[in-house]
Design a protein around this ligand. Structure first.
Ligand SMILES: Nc1nc2c(c(=O)[nH]1)N[C@H]1C(S)=C(S)[C@@H](COP(=O)(O)OP(=O)(O)OC[C@H]3O[C@@H](n4cnc5c(=O)[nH]c(N)nc54)[C@H](O)[C@@H]3O)O[C@H]1N2
Ligand SMILES: Nc1nc2c(c(=O)[nH]1)N[C@H]1C(S)=C(S)[C@@H](COP(=O)(O)OP(=O)(O)OC[C@H]3O[C@@H](n4cnc5c(=O)[nH]c(N)nc54)[C@H](O)[C@@H]3O)O[C@H]1N2
Ligand SMILES: [Mo]
Length: 668
């Protein structure tokens, strides 16, 4: 007999799809998208249509393991949970007495987006007094850039797009990473909207764009300033909107914009003056221009400033005041208070903060105290984090005690001393909120754990007990922790149907009236001029770059999500191979041919690829789509061996796209 259960996609994607799973005898046999969900509309991405292949993959870890071979070889033997917990706690107690608790470093990111399972480890590590992790790999600079001009202003509802007559997909490959926004974009097109794409190469999303603008990597700030220069020159601005809602336009117009005439912007961005003029003309004359802003452009040395500059555009034309106009960076509300799970109050004193983008440095160079133990959960730093060679050097340290809690034997897990098997989202309860729409949904465990897998919460609970932590927080079960996020309800939750939410139905937060013209900044206006910033007005600064000829874009693939889904042969086949896309003309100059094995290299590393020649990538740029597990790649290294630990201008974000390489033929 089969049962149909509601659940949610747990992955780090703005769409947060609402799902149904069909279960027979504790096994998931089918996954479908919720047809009634206003954003999912029954459509799933190629990864989640067969989520059951991930959940019931033969590669799932089913028992705690202890290392028997050398670090990195992946040789382990099964042990019991009790033994595993005891070994961890014994080793940590020794480290704490020989060093300090700060010699222990947690490392986690977004394997699951469930608010409880994702964040619950922090309460534990705060109580332990371990080093803290700055979790800034994804979009902290983007958040900072938005915030410096818009403060806590609410993002437009994604359905606004449908009413727009000009949609700019700016640094976002929505066809891979935000497929449900595409539905709205198509709807807008049906109603006559024009769609522009601004990216560094012709991504698959170019297929749905009427116009494509290819910008030199890291130069979007100059592009936006050039557009605004033209808007002002031509008088395509909404002065009355600005008089009412914008702070600092006069200074911006006088001090900044004259410095960015079209020919100079052409020099910086590589965009033809005629195309720049056309983009500005469209933007300045649209009824309701809408920008969907991705994160790619924020992962540069100038990333926060770039986001701030692009986010200035809608202010000049008064787009916020128009139905269908505005800009979406990401959706964030205080509906669920994460602090109820992360428990900063368990911190006895402020502990050291280690930036997750500088794990290589932390494991190999940090002292006072050095990192003696690394506890990784729902993240795969050996693949996803920059400067892989440094990270692997650190993970190889014989004196580093590494514990990895995982669903699969990832490259990080292969370096562990202890591996703990993790449940999938169908095996544990949680509550989810989207960062691309205003939906929320609670889930229950719908199948029993695979093997002896345990959830993040259950493992931290066991560790807390073994460490003798007596706070009542640690003796709860996960459902009780979820309850605390709902009860007492935040002002946002007071306006949703809590009974439905508790029963696992998707619910949507209600947006306040006029939220699009309610600017939640200190001045109550859009702060084009922000007195708190060292640079109070948006300007252009160069990205970091490297001394090498090609900018390297390592962008998301439709068939994986960061390093997740590499357990799936069906999806790996679709990715075909680890390609490096290059323009024909660059290849000719380098005497390289399509299909050859090449090495991309810089000061940090060398990574093998199969060369794919294309006209979709401009000269001076090379592209690789999707992250692969290192063990599936020829020489056991992957693209992040080329990226750098340098941080963004603000908010200590990653600079994963701010990297240059050279390319040569591989020796056979
Ligand atoms: N070069 C390059 N590097 C990148 C990016 C890029 O575009 N280019 N993208 C970056 C971005 S945006 C991000 S957000 C990061 C993401 O980095 P991560 O958050 O590390 O993402 P994943 O690679 O998906 O790894 C998540 C792991 O969590 C495991 N997992 C899933 N659910 C659970 C669970 O409930 N419990 C436990 N314990 N484990 C679980 C999965 O099996 C998976 O191996 O990568 C970044 N790295
Ligand atoms: N299928 C799939 N879906 C995903 C992910 C995935 O790996 N696969 N990852 C998930 C995660 S963690 C995140 S954070 C989101 C990310 O989703 P988004 O933030 O919407 O951005 P992406 O689609 O990742 O694409 C980044 C784009 O930025 C472009 N880009 C890079 N540098 C520049 C630049 O200087 N200027 C401009 N204009 N463009 C530039 C890249 O070419 C790429 O197309 O997607 C999520 N969804
Ligand atoms: Mo991300």
């Amino acid at each position: 007999m089969s049962e149909l259960k509601r659940t949610v996609c747990p992955y780090d994607c703005p769409d947060m799809c609402s799902l149904f799973v069909e279960i027979v005898g504790g096994q998931v046999v089918k996954v479908t998208g919720d047809r009634e969900h206003p954003y999912t509309r029954g459509t799933l991405c190629p990864k989640m249509v067969h989520y059951e292949r991930t959940v019931h993959s033969a590669q799932r870890l089913t028992h705690p393991l202890v290392r028997v071979g050398e670090k990195g070889q992946g040789q382990f033997k099964p042990i019991t949970w009790d033994d595993a917990i005891q070994r961890i706690v014994a080793r940590w107690q020794r480290i704490i007495s020989n060093y300090q608790p700060e010699a222990i470093l947690p490392y986690s990111y977004a394997g699951t987006m469930g608010v409880v399972q994702r964040n619950c480890g922090e309460g534990f590590f705060h109580r332990l007094g371990a080093s803290r992790l700055a979790r800034t790999i994804c979009s902290s600079a983007k958040g900072y850039g938005w915030n410096s001009i818009m403060g806590d202003t609410l993002a437009p509802h994604p359905d606004e797009v449908r009413k727009s007559d000009l949609v700019i997909l700016w640094s976002t490959n929505v066809l891979a990473t935000n497929i449900h926004l595409l539905h709205n974009v198509k709807e807008a097109k049906k109603r006559g909207a024009t769609v522009w794409l601004v990216d560094t190469y012709e991504t698959p999303t170019a297929q749905i764009a009427d116009k494509v603008v290819l910008v030199r990597p890291g130069s979007d700030g100059a592009l936006a300033l050039g557009m605004m220069h033209i808007l002002v020159r031509e008088g395509w601005i909404d002065q009355s909107f600005m008089d009412k809602h914008v702070q600092g336009f006069e200074q911006f117009r006088e001090d900044v914009l004259p410095e960015y005439p079209p020919d100079k912007v052409h020099q910086i961005t590589g965009i033809e003056v005629s195309l720049l003029e056309e983009l500005a003309l469209h933007y300045g004359n649209a009824r309701a221009p809408f920008i969907a802003l991705g994160s790619g452009l924020s992962r540069y040395g100038n990333g926060a400033m770039t986001v701030r500059t692009v986010t200035s555009l809608p202010a000049l034309v008064g787009a916020w005041g128009k139905p269908g106009g505005g800009l979406i960076a990401s959706v964030s509300t205080k509906a669920l208070l994460t602090g109820r799970v992360t428990h900063e109050d368990f911190l006895k004193k402020p502990t050291r903060i280690v930036n997750m983008n500088q794990l290589g440095h932390a494991l190999t160079e940090l002292s006072n105290p050095p990192i003696m133990s690394l506890y990784v959960y729902h993240s795969n730093p050996a693949v996803v984090a920059p400067d892989q060679n440094m990270i692997i050097k650190g993970l190889r340290r014989e004196d580093l005690f590494t514990v990895v809690h995982e669903r699969f034997m990832t490259d990080t897990a292969r370096y562990a001393d202890i591996v703990l098997p993790a449940t999938s989202s169908l095996e544990h309860p949680d509550i989810y909120r989207s960062y691309g729409h205003y939906g929320l949904q609670r889930t229950a465990a719908v199948i029993p754990p695979v093997g002896e897998a345990k959830s993040n919460w259950d493992v931290f609970k066991m560790l807390a007990q073994a460490m003798g932590f007596e706070e009542p927080f640690f003796s709860q079960n996960a459902d009780e922790v979820i309850d605390q996020l709902i009860d007492p309800p935040t002002p946002w939750l007071e306006r949703v149907d809590l009974v439905k939410l508790k029963e696992g139905y998707p619910v949507e937060l209600t947006l306040p009236e006029n939220y699009k013209t309610t600017f939640l900044t200190p001045s109550g206006k859009i702060e084009l001029y922000n007195p708190k910033e060292a640079e109070p007005l948006p300007r252009y600064f160069e990205p970091h770059g490297d001394d090498a000829p090609f900018y390297l874009m390592s962008t998301p693939s439709l068939y994986s999500l960061n390093s997740s889904f590499n357990e799936r042969p069906d999806l790996l086949r679709k990715k075909e191979s680890v390609y490096l896309q290059m323009n024909f003309k660059d290849a000719e100059q380098k005497n390289l041919e399509d299909g050859q094995r090449v090495i991309a290299f810089n000061d940090r590393g060398e990574v093998p690829f199969i060369l794919k020649l294309t006209t979709k990538v401009p000269q001076g740029v090379v592209v690789t789509e999707g992250l692969f597990w290192n063990k599936d790649v020829n020489e056991g290294l992957s693209v992040n061996a080329l990226t750098s630990q340098r941080l963004t201008d603000r908010a200590e974000g990653s600079t994963l796209y701010d990297v240059k390489v050279d390319v040569r033929l591989a020796c056979h």
